[in-house]
Ligand binder design. Structure first.
Ligand SMILES: Cc1ncc(COP(=O)(O)O)c(C=O)c1O
Length: 368
């Protein structure tokens, strides 16, 4: 067929490979009770308060949502002790990453990011004809080398993306190093601190990002309701930044980008600290269970501050993925991050972890 040529910069994007729905995997493999430990979701689900708020909203779906997320903005601003004008909500924080690129990137502009990290920074830059520059994390322990990141910044750099805790390694950028880094960053470069897993980090050296915004630096902190809040299916995330940055971003944000159900659920979710505590405890217990289980198999995950771990399985991760899948467990392979023997495992419930470890033992025996 004939069609218009795709924009040439899009040739550089590796299309996202979505996994199959769990139900389809079960049907194809003739299995029941397949578990997904691949997308860093919260296996205990959302707060019951969020579920109640959604039910109450159910019969109002013939109305457009509030395009400005007015009440959610007020509630969250009070909670974070920022001004409502310093917040933007998106259809997931993915959308805000895309908005950042649409707002500030001209063809040929650059962004510096680490590798391995979250793929959407690359994609957002390519869509705008921008150029991602990758700086590797330290080879042995996947830590940030902020001097190397700074070295990659030049006159064309618009953003530095730092993901903390980082997906897929779970490692963080530390306050002392970031305090130094931010002072060296050229004035017009924005620091995008992706904190999708912020609520899980327990290291006292982890930054909130808000301290830099208060000091007047061009910083945006990205957070989400998809992870600890257990609301990934609703698609809602947010950014906190100086009001001037939010005003710029609002020029490209589509008017009804956050649906009404998501707004209602998020308002209720931020009131439920107990749910956050329960979720954190589940992750801490799970980390212990998996670390001990990995040790029995001679494996050592990267120490993480998130709800997942990155572990060298010492076998081809695609083969391990297929073999785990046949046993009803879905994980994320490391090859997509250019670490072909690694896997990223989302911490599960005690039962899920037990099943995963039993399946992994069989798989490693089979593949070694
Ligand atoms: C580091 C990171 N940032 C952002 C996101 C996107 O989250 P959301 O569901 O809010 O679009 C993810 C989701 O996996 C992530 O891992």
């Amino acid at each position: 067929m004939t069609k218009p040529d795709m924009r040439s910069c899009l040739q550089l994007i590796k299309p996202y490979q979505p996994g199959k729905p769990v139900e389809e995997v079960e049907r194809e493999l003739g299995l029941k009770g397949v578990i997904k430990m691949a997308s860093n979701e919260n296996p205990i689900g959302p707060s019951p308060l969020a579920v109640k708020a959604m039910k109450e909203k159910f019969d109002q779906m013939h109305f457009y949502p509030d395009g400005n997320c007015f009440y959610l903005k007020e509630d969250l601003a009070a909670k974070l002790k920022v001004q409502p004008e310093q917040l933007i909500f998106g259809n997931g924080s993915d959308e805000i990453i895309a908005c950042l690129a649409k707002t500030y990137v001209n063809p040929g502009d650059e962004a510096v990011m680490v590798a391995p990290s979250f793929s959407q920074y690359d994609i957002a830059m390519h869509i705008m004809g921008g150029v991602p520059r990758h700086v590797p994390l330290t080879a042995t322990d996947f830590q940030y080398d902020l001097d190397a990141v700074l070295h990659a910044v030049n006159g064309k750099t618009r953003f530095v993306f730092l993901c903390s805790p980082n997906n897929p390694t779970g490692t963080i950028v530390r306050k002392k190093e970031l305090d130094h880094f931010i002072k060296q960053l050229p004035e017009k470069v924005m620091l995008v601190l992706d904190q999708a897993y912020f609520e899980y980090a327990k290291d006292p050296d982890h930054v909130t990002g808000l301290e830099y915004i208060e000091q007047g630096y061009p910083v945006i902190s990205l957070r989400t309701f998809s992870k600890i809040y257990g609301l990934a299916g609703l698609r809602i995330g947010y950014g906190i930044a100086p009001a001037e940055v939010i005003a710029d971003l609002n020029r490209v944000r589509s008017p009804f980008n956050v649906n009404a159900m998501a707004q209602a659920a998020a308002r209720a979710a931020i009131e439920d600290d107990e749910h956050l505590e329960r979720s954190r405890k589940m992750v801490n217990d799970s980390r212990k269970q998996l670390t001990e289980g990995f040790a029995e198999l001679g494996l050592k995950p990267v120490p993480d501050e998130a709800n997942f771990c990155f572990v060298d399985l010492k076998v081809d991760s695609r083969e391990a993925f297929q073999a785990l899948l046949r046993r009803g467990v879905i994980v994320r392979t490391g090859d997509i991050f250019d670490f072909p023997t690694f896997a990223r495992i989302t911490y599960g419930t005690p039962e899920q972890n037990k099943r995963f470890l039993a399946a992994l033992k069989e798989v490693l025996d089979e593949l070694k």
